[in-house]
Design a binder for this molecule. Structure first.
Ligand SMILES: N[C@@H](CCC(=O)N[C@@H](CS)C(=O)NCC(=O)O)C(=O)O
Length: 236
C-alpha cells in the first residue's frame, strides 16, 4: 500500500499544497489505492527533502511529485503520456514546469504576503500546535516564505506586474487546452494532474486576488477544472 504524506485538506482543496494535490491526482489517474498521512508543520524538517509530498511504497521512500510520477510509471508500468507525441510530451513538460516554478510562486505570494489572505489561510496551518509554539512557528514560516519569494524574484514585483505575468501563464493553459476535454485530447495525461492542482489552487474561492479574477475569465479553463474534479475528486 502506498502512503502519501500531506499537509491535509484546507480551503476546500484536497490539500493545501498544489504539489501534494498533483501527487494525489497522479495516483488517482493511475488508479493506485493509497492512504494519506498528515505531517505536522513542526515535523517538515524531518521529511526526506524538507518538503511535501513524499510517498512510502512498500518501504521505499520517494520524495518530490515528479519523482513520484516516475516511480509510478516504472514500478506500475503506467505511462501517463502514452497517447502523446514526443512534441506533445515536451510541451506538457514545459507547461508543467511553468505552473510549478512560475505560477506556483504567484499563488504563494497571494496566500502568504496578502495580510487578509494569510490570516484566513496559511496562518491556520499552525493551529494544530500548542500556543505559544503555534504563534512562533507561524511567524517564522511567514518570514521564510517572504524571504524565499524575494530570492526567487516573485516577491519583488508590483501587484500590476504580478497580474500581467500571471495572465500569460493562464493564457498559455487556456490556449493549449482549447476546446479539448483534457490538455492533450480526450484522456488526461500526466500534465493534467499538475494543471488541475495549480489552476484549481489559483482559482480557490477562499482567497481574494486579481489573479484569481483573471483565471475566472477563461470559461474553458473553469470547465476543465470542474471536469477533472468530477472525474478524480468527486468522492473527496
Ligand atoms: N519540487 C517539489 C516541490 C514541493 C514543494 O515545494 N512543497 C512545498 C509545499 S507547496 C513545501 O513542502 N514547502 C515546505 C518548505 O519549503 O518548508 C515537488 O514537486 O514535490
Amino acid at each position: 500500500m502506498i502512503t502519501l504524506y500531506t499537509f491535509g485538506p484546507f480551503f476546500g482543496l484536497p490539500d493545501a499544497s498544489p504539489f501534494v494535490h498533483k501527487a494525489m491526482a497522479l495516483l488517482k489517474i493511475a488508479q493506485l489505492p493509497f492512504a494519506t498521512q498528515v505531517v505536522s508543520p513542526k515535523d517538515l524538517g524531518k521529511t526526506p527533502k524538507g518538503k511535501l509530498p513524499y510517498i512510502e511504497d512498500d518501504g521505499e521512500i520517494i520524495a518530490d511529485s515528479s519523482f513520484i510520477r516516475w516511480h509510478i510509471e516504472k514500478k506500475y508500468g503506467f505511462d501517463f503520456d502514452k497517447s502523446l507525441s514526443s512534441y506533445e510530451r515536451a510541451t506538457a513538460w514545459a507547461l508543467e514546469k511553468m505552473l510549478e516554478d512560475h505560477l506556483y510562486w504567484i499563488l504563494v505570494r497571494t496566500r502568504w504576503l496578502d495580510d487578509a489572505n494569510f490570516a484566513k489561510g496559511p496562518a491556520h496551518f499552525f493551529d494544530i500546535l500548542p500556543w505559544p509554539l503555534s504563534s512562533v512557528i507561524r511567524s517564522v514560516a511567514q518570514k521564510k516564505v517572504r524571504s524565499n519569494l524575494h530570492a526567487q524574484g516573485m516577491g519583488r514585483h508590483s501587484p500590476s506586474e504580478l497580474l500581467a505575468i500571471a495572465k500569460k501563464d493562464i493564457e498559455a493553459v487556456a490556449a493549449i487546452l482549447g476546446d479539448k476535454p483534457f490538455l492533450f485530447g480526450d484522456e488526461p495525461c500526466g500534465a493534467d494532474a499538475t494543471a488541475l492542482a495549480f489552476v484549481q489552487g489559483m482559482l480557490c474561492p477562499h482567497f481574494e486576488s486579481p489573479v484569481r479574477n483573471c483565471g475566472e475569465s477563461y470559461p474553458n479553463v473553469l470547465a476543465y477544472v470542474e471536469r477533472m474534479k468530477k472525474r478524480y475528486f468527486a468522492q473527496g
